[in-house]
Design a protein around this ligand. Structure first.
Ligand code: GDG
Length: 727
């Protein structure tokens, strides 16, 4: 029976060693709870590092057996692997760069070598148990290479990948020496998920700029496989936090806290020790509040929990020292006999204490410099069963995209955090309730179970989508069918677009002339008297004539403006079209050409073309969109159309259309085999105009009116070669 395999760096267990024996219990963390509905069922399994420092060889059997009872499979790591792969590459390269702190990154070759090696170790563990038909869900930045490593073993297995931390803008990501390998690793998955739309967008931009691949909305195509990239904002187990508020132990702790801080408003802050969390900035904002508004003295406390983490690493140790110092200063400056402004704890607490704090806190202060999502703010919201309380939330946390009713602040703006604190402390109850109700509805609906279901459903859909596009891709079977149809036919017509279809796309348009291989191919095809080969292109008619002189080809140039049969000397143009519109449009194109280095205008007999293939990536697309928007109004009522091709915008008469040209060519001709091949938007008109029995092929994209597609012009040539030699 097909199974589901969850993979993450750490297993969801709490482990202790008592009297030389290991005891494991399942963790109660949010992710573990959410995925519990998957991995604890049937033969499903979760694979990861058990998280204990180093487990000696002789202990591994015992540990594996104990974990097996919990549906868990361990990947054991040596001390060196932990140091280099986990502390090293994951936490000293990926973590800082992905959190926009590139100056903290250390690009050590040995870190990378171990990262690769440990990802391989995970792969080895997985292939021992994975079978075709299984679904694998890989989590987070420690395992970016694993999807492609698994893909090389199993072509058809479903692989989902979710990244819990941000994906940075291309400008930061490109700094990493192993950027291409990381992207290729991730793209082994069928579905790649992030918390926010921005992360997904950053990933797609990085992938398409760094690798020679293309994307279309949320689909990336790599090696004939489509990968879906989407955002799935993670939720929490909101019921659990609601229920905790009526737990006896929690109520006891709530009462104690209330007793201790009777007069004071409580501001809560909970984080792991990390430079991405903005802990120092938060303290500075609190200090500023006390400086500017001494009226708050003895009337407010900041209850701050910092959970110890990586504090042997120098940056973390320094941060720890700086926090200690700043808390000390604030307390020393403002404390009174009965009151400490900052209640600071450098340790972790049981969840009951967290719940009690969420309950008594008038304000929750969550101000990371960067955070993938941030679950603390959602836990606070879920715990506010009376709908009161105020959340102050950094706009750099993924959660700020959903919790728009929070007081959203820029964490670098200390003054703005202080002002938000003042606003929160004075917010009328009705306003608190209005905001909190909205946020509670959202946190409750988009909970962790919802997130898991959404991801799994999308993964299934992505796989189905892939299968259906595979059936459209020209494989051996389809090719045989096309060959049979071709062989059986006595009178054939082949419509072949030129750029991108018969030759590759060149930055310089004049360099894309036909090569010897293409000439040989066209000679061979046209030598068969049953064939009518038609080159149907947007190119200038003179260029086509020059290139294809002496070959028995029919030519349709400038998208149908000009036509010439192989036996004719003269070109025929569509009657009744005029050029009176050209000067006005030319002046607009000139403005865009002056503003866009690398762009140029080409004048054809009955059209004007703005080319941007030499323009910087991104800028060209931006200008092209602007130009299309401008032209839309100007061409109204003038009988013109704007065509968006591959790196070109073409303005021409509405009568001119490759589809119409191809159709008119077929009148009075009874063809029993029709083939049309093209790569860009203008070829869609041909595909749509063709009768249903025609074989239509789109090059490079699956999104088309054509009934088949191939990856590139190389495949078109292969196909034509096979047809030419098929008799
Ligand atoms: C990654 C991303 C993303 C904290 N102190 C104690 C304690 N906690 C719990 C909180 C919360 C969790 O730890 C921290 O939540 P984060 O959202 O910061 O998650 P991380 O796992 O650190 O980080 C982050 C997340 O993944 C999920 O995708 O949101 O952006 O960095 O649940 O309650 N729990 C207990 N005692 C503590 O003292 N029991």
């Amino acid at each position: 029976m097909a199974k589901k395999i969850i993979v993450s760096n750490r297993l969801p267990v709490k482990a202790v060693k008592k009297k030389n024996k290991f005891v494991f219990t399942s963790s109660e963390g949010g992710l573990a709870t959410g995925l519990g509905s998957i991995y604890t069922q049937e033969n499903n399994i979760w694979i990861g590092w058990p998280g204990l420092e180093v487990i000696e060889n002789y202990e591994q059997k015992e540990v594996s057996e104990k974990l097996k009872e919990l549906n868990l499979l361990p990947v054991f790591l040596s001390q060196e692997e932990i140091n280099q792969y986990y502390e090293g590459f994951s936490n000293e390269v990926l973590w800082p760069v992905f959190h926009y702190m590139p100056t903290y990154a250390k690009y050590k070759q040995s870190y990378w070598d171990y990262y690769y090696k440990v990802n391989l170790k995970f792969k080895e563990a997985i292939i021992q148990i994975a079978e075709p038909g299984d679904t694998i869900w890989i989590h987070d930045y420690q395992l970016l290479l694993l999807p492609a490593m698994l893909r090389s073993e199993f072509q058809n297995i479903s692989i989902g990948f979710f990244q819990h931390i941000p994906f940075p803008s291309y400008e930061l990501f490109r700094l990493i020496p192993w950027r291409a390998e990381l992207l290729e690793g991730m793209l082994g998955a069928d579905l790649i998920g992030f918390h926010t739309f921005d992360d997904a967008h950053h990933f797609t931009i990085a992938a398409t700029r760094i690798l020679p691949i293309q994307s279309s909305s949320n689909l990336i195509t790599i090696n004939d496989r489509s990968v879906v990239v989407e955002s799935f904002p993670m939720g929490i187990d909101s019921k659990k936090f609601e229920m905790l508020t009526s737990n006896d132990e929690v109520i006891l702790q709530i009462n104690n806290l209330r007793k201790n801080f009777q007069q004071a408003k409580i501001v809560v802050s909970i984080d792991r020790l990390d430079y991405s969390k903005g802990i120092l900035q938060r303290l500075l904002a609190f200090e500023l509040l006390l400086q500017l508004y001494p009226g708050y003295i003895e009337k407010i406390v900041l209850y701050m929990i910092v959970v110890p983490s990586r504090d042997t690493v120098p940056q973390y140790k320094k941060l720890h020292d700086d926090i200690d110092k700043l808390v000390g200063n604030i307390n020393a400056t403002f404390r009174t006999m009965n009151w400490h402004p900052v209640q600071y704890f450098y340790r972790s607490f049981p969840i009951e204490t967290l719940s009690a704090l969420y309950n008594v806190a008038d304000v929750c202060l969550v101000t990371p410099m960067r955070d993938g999502m941030n679950l603390v703010c959602k836990e606070y919201v879920a715990s506010r069963v009376k709908n009161d309380g105020v959340l102050i939330l950094s706009e750099m946390a993924g959660a700020s995209k959903e919790l728009i009713d929070a007081l959203v602040v820029n964490p670098n703006n200390i003054g703005a955090i202080t002002s938000a604190l003042v606003e929160a402390l004075h917010m009328p109850l009705t306003e608190q309730q209005r905001r909190m109700k909205q946020m509670r509805q959202l946190v409750s609906k988009f909970n962790i179970d919802h997130w898991v279901k959404l991801f799994m459903t999308r993964l299934l859909e992505a796989k189905q989508q892939q299968q259906s596009s595979l059936t459209r891709h020209i494989n051996g079977e389809v090719l045989d069918r096309i060959k049979t149809l071709y062989n059986q036919a006595g009178k054939r017509v082949l419509y072949l677009d030129y750029d991108g279809t018969l030759v590759g796309f060149k930055t310089n348009i004049d360099m894309a002339f036909p090569d010897q291989e293409l000439y040989d191919l066209l000679h061979k095809l046209s030598a068969d008297p049953a064939n009518n080969i038609v080159i149907i292109s947007g190119r200038n008619h003179k260029t086509l004539e020059e290139w294809f002189k002496g070959i028995r080809l029919d030519l349709i140039a400038e998208h149908g403006v000009w036509q010439k049969r192989h036996h004719e000397q003269q070109w025929q143009s569509i009657p009744g079209i005029n050029n009176k519109w050209k000067p006005e449009i030319q002046s607009i194109l000139d403005i865009y050409t002056d503003r866009t280095p690398g762009s140029f205008v080409e004048e054809k007999s009955f059209s004007l073309v703005w080319h941007y293939r030499k323009v910087a990536e991104g800028l060209g697309e931006l200008r092209a969109n602007e130009l299309v928007n401008t032209l839309r109004y100007i061409i109204e009522g003038k009988g013109l159309q704007v065509l968006q091709g591959n790196k070109v915008i073409e303005i021409k008469n509405i009568e001119v259309n490759k589809g119409k040209a191809a159709l008119s060519r077929m009148q009075n001709n009874e063809y029993d085999f029709i083939l049309a091949v093209g790569d860009d938007q203008t070829d869609e008109d041909i595909f749509k105009a063709m009768p249903p029995e025609a074989v239509t092929i789109k090059v490079g994209s699956q999104i088309s009116a054509a009934n088949h597609y191939v990856r590139s012009y190389h495949y078109v040539r292969q196909l034509l070669k096979q047809l030419a030699t098929t008799n």
